[in-house]
Design a protein around this ligand. Structure first.
Ligand code: FAD
Ligand code: NAD
Length: 493
């Protein structure tokens, strides 16, 4: 006979991600009994507001607008402090939004499945890459366990930084200079020389951010370019901008090791890290070394399923540890769903939010909504200026069999778009790829001031079948960056 659980619920959400918290609030407001479990009191609200989008964009914004009379160390320290105030307020608000609802029970602890509809919650164990901090390590006598049974379970545990098998990145031999984005965001000290491993979103954003505070940065990418999936011309322009800002970009380089210079710590730099390290990489058959006091591992994020013991519930995972889901986000166990980064889909907050719409529709609607409904989902790399894209690159469109018309425009040449000059950011370029037969927009890339906003107009047009000619001839406010669509779509060749 199975023991009675301590708590029962209609909905159990594991992890305070974007999808799960939104779903928890929506169902609780309909009177359903909801339990939400979050492993860390520092993570109410999830990755985005605590250790992801919000703090990183706050530090980038503060770098862009920093007072030139404030020294870089002070500017950085103040930016980290005001960012912590901002995220602290958001975390409290997130906690209250659920905790004040009568039918929600918030539990702080780490969830592990004990069966298909039951979990056990324990004080969180600290492990490499986990956002749980040492201050939260449970005292030995605090190992009380709580059990919960629920009709519907939603796994929303997110992802954690991947630390591949490079010497010095993890385990007992981990260099003291190595940090994840989570650790770097909370350190008040500005690095003296930052080495970034990885040329994806986190790598480029953190390189741009730290260069913005005057820190010399070296970014090491294993491929022939950074941001490998973006339009090559836009990447070339981005590389030029990053290089001018003080980022040295090394491509085609395989990092072989990160080793502390002084095994016992050395002098290091004030509160930025634990001493100097040598980062070695192989490039064109030669081993080269670069010295850094902080080494950011930005090598992707892997679904966080390790402690869930999904096998106890019969929930299947793939080779990357992602929970396998269908297009309604159902796992291999019918009443268990997986939403957000943990299901192996695109790792964006707005995709997690859309995951919530699909599950909500399963639980309270018609069940028709699915991931197949997603079209023209845009994305932005928040460098300065931002690089945003929606849809296909030219190469992808041609590979998919489209005959294309393409416009490539430098922002500086767009005489009818004075906004960029007004704000003093005339750098960048825009590329539009259009189907020559239908005039439908296949993709747009914008490296430009406010590109993260303007791209949403293009995405909306693509989703609703608005053609390139229509966007070209629309009325936009002046002076705005959206006006660039008049110019861009008038230059298709
Ligand atoms: C530095 C950085 C910058 C980013 N910037 C952007 C951006 O600008 N725009 C954007 O759209 N996306 C950005 N992202 C990605 C975005 O943050 C994620 O895609 C998004 O937060 C994923 O949310 P989620 O719903 O999967 O869950 P998360 O928000 O990751 O929440 C998962 C929660 O589960 C908890 N948890 C894990 N295991 C357990 C367990 N066993 N028991 C209980 N709780 C558990 C975790 O502590 C965490 O709070 C960024 C990511 C990073 C790292
Ligand atoms: N602005 C945003 O929307 C935003 C910002 C930050 C992060 N994110 C999300 O978070 C995710 C994770 O970001 P990320 O930058 O860590 O991952 P990423 O997948 O964007 O980039 C990882 C980089 O590391 C490289 N890499 C991976 N394994 C390697 C290895 N063994 N050796 C050398 N290089 C290796 C890859 O080639 C790639 O360049 C992103 O994919 C994105 O979805 C979004």
């Amino acid at each position: 006979m199975t023991a009675e659980p301590d708590l029962t619920a209609d909905l159990l959400v594991i992890g305070w991600g974007k999808a799960g918290k939104t779903l928890a609030g929506a169902l609780a407001r309909q009177g359903r009994r909801v339990v939400i479990v979050e492993q860390s009191s520092r993570m109410y609200g999830g990755t985005c507001i605590n250790i992801g989008c919000v703090p990183s964009k706050s530090l980038i914004h503060r770098a862009e607008t920093r007072d030139p009379h404030t020294g870089p160390d002070d500017a950085y320290r103040e930016a980290v402090a005001s960012t912590a105030t901002l995220t602290g307020a958001m975390r409290r608000k997130n906690f209250e939004m659920l905790d004040t609802l009568d039918s929600v029970t918030v539990i702080t602890g780490q969830a592990t499945f004990t069966g298909p509809d039951t979990i056990e919650i324990r004080p969180a164990a600290i492990s490499e890459g986990s956002p749980v901090s040492a201050e939260e390590e449970p005292p030995a006598d605090a190992l009380a366990r709580l059990t919960v049974r629920a009709e519907t379970i939603v796994i929303n545990t997110g992802a954690r930084p991947a630390l591949p098998g490079i010497d010095g990145l993890h385990g007992p031999g981990r260099s003291r200079a190595v940090v994840t984005s989570t650790e770097l965001l909370s350190r008040p000290g500005r690095p003296r020389h930052l080495v970034v491993l990885g040329g994806g979103y986190v790598g480029v954003e953190f390189a741009a951010m730290h260069a913005g505070y005057g820190t010399p940065v070296t970014l090491i990418a294993r491929g022939p370019s950074i941001l490998a999936r973006e339009e090559p011309d836009a990447v070339a322009a981005a590389v030029e901008i990053l290089t001018e800002a003080g980022v040295t970009i090394v491509t085609d380089a395989q990092v072989t090791s990160v080793q502390d210079e002084e095994p016992d710590g050395g002098a290091g730099s004030p509160d930025s890290g634990g001493g100097w390290a040598n980062v070695s990489y192989e490039r064109a058959g030669l081993i080269e070394t670069v010295r850094a006091d902080v080494v950011l591992a930005a090598l992707g994020r892997q679904p966080d399923t390790a402690v869930l013991d999904l096998s106890a519930a019969g929930v299947e995972t793939d080779a990357r540890g992602a929970v396998v889901v269908d297009d309604r986000l159902r796992t291999s166990v019918p009443h268990v769903y997986a939403v957000g980064d943990v299901n192996g889909g695109p790792q964006f907050t707005y995709v997690s939010l859309d995951d919530h719409r699909i599950v909500l529709d399963q639980l309270t609607g018609t069940g028709a909504r699915s991931t197949a409904d997603r079209r023209a989902v845009p994305s932005t790399v928040f460098m300065t200026p931002p690089l945003a894209r929606v849809g296909l690159t030219r190469a992808e469109a041609e590979a998919a069999g489209h005959r294309v018309r393409v416009a490539t425009r430098r922002v500086a040449d767009m005489a009818t778009v004075p906004r960029a000059k007004i704000v003093g950011e005339p750098r960048g370029l825009m590329i539009a790829v259009v189907d020559a037969e239908t005039d439908l927009i296949l993709g747009v890339t914008m490296l430009a001031h406010d590109a993260h906003e303007t791209i949403n107009t293009v995405a909306l047009a693509m989703r609703h079948g608005i053609t390139a000619r229509q966007l070209r001839d629309e009325i936009y406010t002046h002076p705005s960056m959206t006006e660039s669509l008049n110019d861009l779509f008038a230059n298709l060749a």
